[in-house]
Design a protein around this ligand. Structure first.
Ligand code: CUO
Length: 660
């Protein structure tokens, strides 16, 4: 069962407006509470900067002023001498600081402090379910929780496809864009990689800029394949900032904190110059163009301008990391004044396009928040453009020579994917799952309220890889598994250059390869890209928030990882043709020797490893990150690679996920 704790606050911790009610507030959950925790009265740090954000406003990581305020609050949380002091300052903040900013900064601090790594806080989807689902759910949940006793409550059903009509073509991929697990992954990713903090170690993580490029490149590749399975073309990059944005988006989300509906963007909206004194934003569209031109110039010159006027070469090992850091524009950008804030401000311009001068007193749209941005079709158009800029740089690198691809002595004889339906037939369908809503509902009586929702799922499968090792000794290899479509939107075979950019990573792992012939078996559930379903959601099988349980803490802070239920694209009912690719590279050229015990290390491909180096020395996306003279995938293969045509067959039925 769930234990409730009450915090006993020093009287001066209550904001003035609550002072007279402080005893009532303290007792709000008193009757259910089994534990009272005294909060130490400490000398409070200066919180005036983070308190400038109004309590009921939205909070955006992409808005420069918000980023600064959050940076300050993270510093405060990081600098508390111990957990008791951190708890004191948090109790003080909780009724004063904007809840979204508070939650973000505290999560960053807990993730990065040595003394809080096992601390339990609820998952984000449970704390702020309003960022992830149809608000009608909350009304129903309120009815259920008021009228029905816990234990007899039926789950509330979150409808599928509630944001647009079926005749809107973009709606065919709404199941992907609006997937709760996918948006949680993106929020967690930006939590693990914050933009701003006085402690540079929090920001300056190993190959952070490159991972920004690669994780978002993979989002675009995966979304493109998802679209192609649904008879849509790949996303059109948003490159002309003066052109109307064709796609509209009506989010149908309510903010419980702001008591407002998230604003929509009408089809055909243009971004316009921003002048919003409340958010301390004044910026012209031409600013984006200036920054963009500077990026293009840097790639043209293969060198970036430093603040001291010198040029720094973009080399083939670190160039992508430097560019990624300039683009993401965290505090480790090499020259923020000159290359500016292109990626973040793109989010900002788009998210305020419905009210650029605040005349309608509207807050930003979903593109302004990393927890909601992936819902909007324009997210993928913006990031397709960002990716294009990175590809311009990659196109200037020489193709990998064969000796950097090959692994002498190692031959991959075959690869296949075997599911219950037989070899090379992969199955997908809808699945209905259940999650806990109780924590995020801001009304009493409390208690468990379950909600069911429907998402894509696949049948698990195994990779079978036949290897011959003629080197005469056992060796260590890195097995790299990718998948890509074989034909374009018109059914024409894809050129290798198009196909390599659509390669989605499925798994990557180190493997000992004995001398002679051997077989590698690997389950799809072990993917280095994904986190298990149970970690993305606390489903009914797990107990939400058992206080202090290490398991619960793992849920919270290893939340970064592609949701496993989206490992495979949807496919089609007739069967969608893809190619499975396997490469075994030489571990002595890729491996990183480091201790990985208990470090959230099972979704490293897109998320890295907490407090550790990225566990692969090769360029992210290797071997497909560079152009190649090969005209086809077959043409590209060296003996340590193999491919296999596969089919993804979608069954348009809903399976109910059984409780565990
Ligand atoms: Cu993740 Cu634009 O960086 O959203």
């Amino acid at each position: 069962g769930e234990e409730k704790a009450t915090f006993d606050l020093p009287a001066n911790y209550y904001p003035d407006k609550y002072k007279s009610a402080s005893s009532t507030l303290a007792n709000r959950f008193g009757s259910e509470s089994s534990r009272r925790i005294p909060v130490r009265n400490i000398a409070l740090p200066n919180l005036s900067l983070p308190m400038e954000l109004p309590y009921n406003d939205q909070f955006s990581l992409f808005v420069p002023k918000h980023r600064q305020m959050a940076g300050k609050l993270i510093d405060i949380f990081m600098s508390m001498r111990n957990v008791e002091d951190l708890m004191s300052v948090c109790s003080y903040c909780q009724l004063r600081i904007n809840p979204y900013m508070f939650n973000y900064c505290l999560s960053v601090a807990i993730l990065h402090r040595d003394d809080t790594k096992g601390l339990n806080i609820p998952t984000f989807a449970e704390t702020f379910p309003d960022k992830f689902m149809d608000p009608r759910v909350f009304r129903k949940a309120r009815e259920v929780s008021t009228v029905v006793q816990p234990g007899n409550r039926l789950p509330v059903v979150i409808p599928q496809n509630y944001t647009a009509a079926e005749f809107e073509p973009e709606q065919r991929v709404a199941y992907f864009r609006e997937d709760i697990g996918l948006n949680l992954h993106h929020w967690h990713w930006h939590l693990v990689y914050p933009f701003d903090a006085a402690d540079r170690n929090i920001v300056n993580k190993d190959r952070r800029g490159e991972l920004f490029y690669y994780m978002h490149q993979q989002i675009i590749a995966r979304y493109s394949v998802e679209r192609m399975c649904n008879d849509l073309s790949r996303p059109k990059r948003y490159s002309n900032f003066r052109e109307p944005i064709e796609e509209g988006y009506f989010p149908k989300l309510d903010s419980q904190v702001a008591s407002r509906a998230w604003p929509p963007r009408f089809a055909g909206t243009k971004i316009r110059d921003l002048d919003r004194p409340v958010d301390l934003i004044a910026a012209d569209v031409s600013q984006l163009e200036t920054w963009r031109d500077r990026f293009l110039q840097a790639i043209e010159d293969m060198a970036v301008l430093l603040p001291n006027g010198r040029k720094m070469t973009l080399d083939e090992d670190t160039g992508i990391d430097v560019l990624g850091n300039l683009m993401e524009s965290s505090i480790i950008s090499r020259n923020r004044p000159f290359y500016g804030d292109l990626h973040n401000m793109g989010h900002v311009f788009i998210s305020y396009s419905h009210d650029p001068d605040h005349r309608n007193l509207e807050q930003f749209g979903v593109m302004g928040d990393s927890a909601t941005a992936m819902r909007d079709p324009v997210f993928y158009r913006w990031h397709a453009y960002i990716d294009d800029i990175f590809q311009l740089y990659k196109n200037k690198l020489p193709p990998y020579p064969n000796d950097r691809l090959d692994f002498p002595g190692i031959q991959v004889l075959s690869v296949s994917a075997v599911s219950g339906a037989g070899p090379d037939r992969l199955l997908t369908q809808w699945e209905q799952s259940t999650m806990e809503l109780g924590r995020g509902l801001d009304f009493t009586p409390r208690g468990s309220v379950l909600a069911t929702f429907t998402h894509l799922q696949h049948d698990e499968f195994n990779y079978i890889i036949e290897v011959n090792n003629a080197s005469g000794a056992g060796v260590m290899g890195t097995v790299r598994l990718f998948m890509a479509p074989v034909v374009d939107e018109n059914g024409t075979p894809l050129s290798f250059d198009e196909q390599r950019k659509l390669m989605i990573e499925l798994d990557k792992f180190t493997h000992a390869i004995p001398s002679g012939s051997s077989t590698i078996r690997r389950s799809s559930t072990e993917s280095s890209v994904t986190i298990p379903y149970e970690r993305t959601f606390r489903s009914q099988g797990s107990r939400p928030g058992d206080p202090g349980s290490a398991e619960a803490a793992e849920f919270d802070f290893c939340g970064c990882g592609w949701p496993h239920h989206l490992l495979l694209p949807k496919g089609t009912t007739r069967g969608y043709p893809v190619v499975l690719f396997c490469m075994i590279s030489n571990w002595s050229d890729d491996g990183v020797s480091q201790d990985l015990v208990g470090k959230c290390n099972d979704a490293a491909s897109y998320c890295g490893i907490r407090d550790r180096k990225y566990p692969d020395r090769r360029a992210m996306g290797f071997p497909f990150d560079r152009p190649s003279p090969a005209s086809s995938l077959q043409d590209f293969l060296t003996p340590n690679m193999a491919t296999r045509p596969c089919t993804i067959i979608f069954n348009d039925n809903v399976r109910v996920r059984s409780a565990r």
